[in-house]
Design a protein around this ligand. Structure first.
Ligand code: MG
Length: 252
């Protein structure tokens, strides 16, 4: 696969440009439960956690089938329902709980080493876009802004805002529109075989698998869709650091 004609690059966010500390999810869950309780909702904690996990998995499985993004407010509402507490997904107590959950991410997300330098270098030559599978748009934006990523990108897309998530073709179409060049001139870099690699390839983009987080054994951020187990076709270019990516683009 040649990258000579590439003039724009799309990036996945989590485990591609950034990673999260291992304590992120336990801390987020603690904030979720604490906020429900401080809003007067009482339940047995282990049973709630079990119910939450099962409703999240159900929603994620449905998403896998129809490509539509789900939102944590449904997972929480359903889990409470299983605990015998009827609270609608639109209830403000649930909105407050979702915000509390994601606030755990704000100080626990970090750029992968060399990312800022790589983006600075590429920005001189390429149009760039960010396309993230993240259920809660406002939290996604907060993370992107806190890490100073926004100025690098012509277009930033978060599945929670779009209503669909990768690998659905609609989100790649939006990326292509935002980048303003034809699909065969766009590379897409991601770590997850199905959403990123298969999704980009089906949309006519040139996929690149990044294995940095996997190779460095950094914690994956689960809870959104899990990590694809099947490895992509060996013909798909893969990079384990940004120097290799620059080399692939012919920049080093
Ligand atoms: Mg990812």
């Amino acid at each position: 696969m040649s990258f000579n004609n590439v003039s724009a690059i799309g990036f996945d966010l989590f485990n591609t440009l950034i990673f999260a500390d291992p304590e992120t999810l336990p801390e987020a869950m603690g904030l979720l439960i604490g906020t429900l309780r401080s809003n007067g909702l009482h339940f047995d904690e282990p049973s709630f956690k079990k119910a939450y996990r099962s409703s999240a998995l159900q929603c994620i499985e449905k998403t896998r089938q129809d490509g539509k993004e789900t939102h944590n407010r449904f997972w929480i509402s359903e889990a409470l329902g299983l605990m015998g507490q009827d609270v609608a997904p639109e209830d403000p107590r649930i909105a407050a709980t979702v915000d509390a959950y994601f606030s755990a991410f704000y100080d626990h997300c970090h750029l992968i080493p060399g990312t800022e330098e790589m983006l600075t270098k590429l920005k001189r030559t390429y149009r760039m876009g960010l396309l993230s599978n993240f259920t809660h748009g406002p939290a996604g934006w907060e993370i992107i802004d806190r890490l100073g990523l926004r100025p690098f990108f012509e277009v930033v897309l978060i599945s929670g805002d779009l209503g669909y998530r990768k690998p659905h073709p609609m989100v790649f179409e939006r990326l292509v529109d935002g980048l303003g060049v034809s699909t065969d001139r766009i590379a897409f870099v991601g770590d997850d075989p199905e959403p990123d690699i298969l999704g980009a390839a089906r949309a006519g983009l040139k996929p690149v698998l990044t294995t940095y987080v996997r190779d460095q054994k950094l914690p994956l951020v689960p809870g959104f869709a899990g990590h694809g187990s099947q490895d992509p076709d060996p013909s798909i270019p893969r990079v384990s650091n940004w120097d290799e990516f620059l080399l692939l683009l012919g920049m080093e």
